[in-house]
Unconditional design. Structure first.
Length: 171
C-alpha cells in the first residue's frame, strides 16, 4: 500500500468500475501494461492518464507497428495526438479499451501471437488485416476506423496470397 505505480494510484481517484479495476490489475500482473509503458518510453511518447483506466501515449516516433494507434496492455500508443485521432474516430478509445480487455483475457503477452495469427487469417480471408480478425471485430471495426470487407472464397484467397508472395522483391 502506498507504493502503487502512479498510473494506478491516479485511477483510484477516478472511480473505475470493478471490471476496469480487475482488467488493470490483470494487465499489471501479466506484465502487458509494464511492457506497454516501456514501449511508449522507448518510442519517446508522452504519457498521460486516459479514460477507462488507460494510459495514453502520444508522439511515438517509430514506424512500427503500422497503425493509427495500438494497444499494449492498458497503454494506447500513437505517433500523432489523441485529439486528432478522436476527431476522425470518436469511438477509438472504447475500441482500444476492448483490446486492453483482450490482453487481460489472453493472459497478457500471448495476445500478441494470437492477434498476429488472427490478422494473418483476416488477410487470407478478406484481403485486409482487420475485417476477418476476431479481435478487431470484437473491439468494433468502425470504432477502430476499419471498413468491413467481404469474405472471399478460400481458394481465391490462397491464390491471391501466393501471388503476392511471388511478387514481393527479395531483401
Amino acid at each position: 500500500m502506498g507504493h502503487e505505480p502512479p498510473v494506478i494510484a491516479a485511477d483510484a481517484r477516478r472511480g473505475l468500475t470493478r471490471a476496469q479495476r480487475a482488467r488493470r490489475l490483470a494487465n499489471l500482473l501479466n506484465l502487458s501494461t509494464p511492457v506497454g509503458l516501456a514501449v511508449a518510453r522507448a518510442g519517446g511518447a508522452r504519457r498521460r492518464p486516459g479514460p477507462y483506466g488507460l494510459v495514453l501515449a502520444e508522439g511515438y516516433r517509430f514506424r512500427f507497428p503500422v497503425a493509427g494507434a495500438f494497444t499494449v496492455g492498458d497503454v494506447i500508443v500513437t505517433a500523432g495526438t489523441f485529439d486528432a485521432l478522436l476527431r476522425r474516430h470518436p469511438g477509438l478509445l472504447v475500441h482500444e479499451e476492448r483490446h486492453s480487455r483482450q490482453y487481460a483475457l489472453s493472459l497478457g503477452l500471448p495476445y500478441l501471437t494470437l492477434y498476429t495469427l488472427a490478422m494473418a487469417w483476416s488477410v487470407v480471408r478478406t484481403g485486409d488485416r482487420a475485417s476477418g480478425n476476431v479481435f478487431e471485430r470484437d473491439a468494433g471495426l468502425r470504432a477502430g476506423g476499419y471498413a468491413e470487407r467481404p469474405v472471399r472464397p478460400l481458394a481465391a484467397s490462397l491464390r491471391a496470397a501466393v501471388a503476392r508472395v511471388r511478387l514481393t522483391p527479395p531483401g
